[in-house]
Write a protein that binds this ligand. Sequence first.
Ligand SMILES: Nc1ncnc2c1ncn2[C@@H]1O[C@H](COP(=O)(O)OP(=O)(O)OP(=O)(O)O)[C@@H](O)[C@H]1O
Length: 227
Amino acid sequence: MIDFKNVSLEYPVTRTLALDDVSLHVGKGEFVYLVGHSGAGKSSFMSLVLKRALPSRGEVKVAGEPLARYRGRRTALLRRRMGTVFQDNLLLPHLNAYDNVAFALRVTGVPGREWPQRVAGALRTVGLEHKKYALPVQLSQGEQQRVAIARAIVGNPPLLLADEPTGNLDPDNSREVLKVLQNVNLRGTTVIVATHARDLVETFRHRTLTLRKGKLVRDDPYGGYAL
Ligand SMILES: Nc1ncnc2c1ncn2[C@@H]1O[C@H](COP(=O)(O)OP(=O)(O)OP(=O)(O)O)[C@@H](O)[C@H]1O
């Protein structure tokens, strides 16, 4: 699903080497954590996969195709095919849970007649079908994050990128969100989670990639948090 071959990313203005000669492969259907201290390069990794940043050296492939070959409209389509969840989930405050999720279908041109079934399915996956009429302000932080996950998966993306998805959550909500991400993975979506949450990485074990100052220093198939 994702291949990095000798990838480096240097931000031009500050000349910061955010990723330094990283090579890795993430297969279809994997669940992978990306850990590392602040500034280690986790978000830069996500930016490269989304083609929001271009490698200074090396090659990034997604689904077997070099991202360098994607141009213009195809890049936009590629991004739409990936689900993303971030620390600040940015739900639209005036829309209820159902409409926030449906919004993702609207912007990708899915016909309206398909929305009810697909939105219901996504809300069911995150355990929030009963809250579909609730506005974000009427939901807990954890529930809001689960709606954001529903919005990210309603288009059935083959890949879900989650950057600090539990960053704003207490331990109970964090575990709920992690379980939801695992369920999404069990349905076939490849999931990458960048996180500082040591307890989650150690409780829910999955392959763990560790970055240190832009270098991939550890690739542990059995997981564990060792910075
Ligand atoms: N747009 C940018 N321009 C210049 N430098 C940047 C930019 N974005 C990130 N950096 C730098 O690149 C390095 C890697 O940053 P990155 O955000 O990828 O780390 P991170 O592991 O996600 O950190 P955190 O856990 O704090 O989110 C850091 O030194 C950071 O200051």
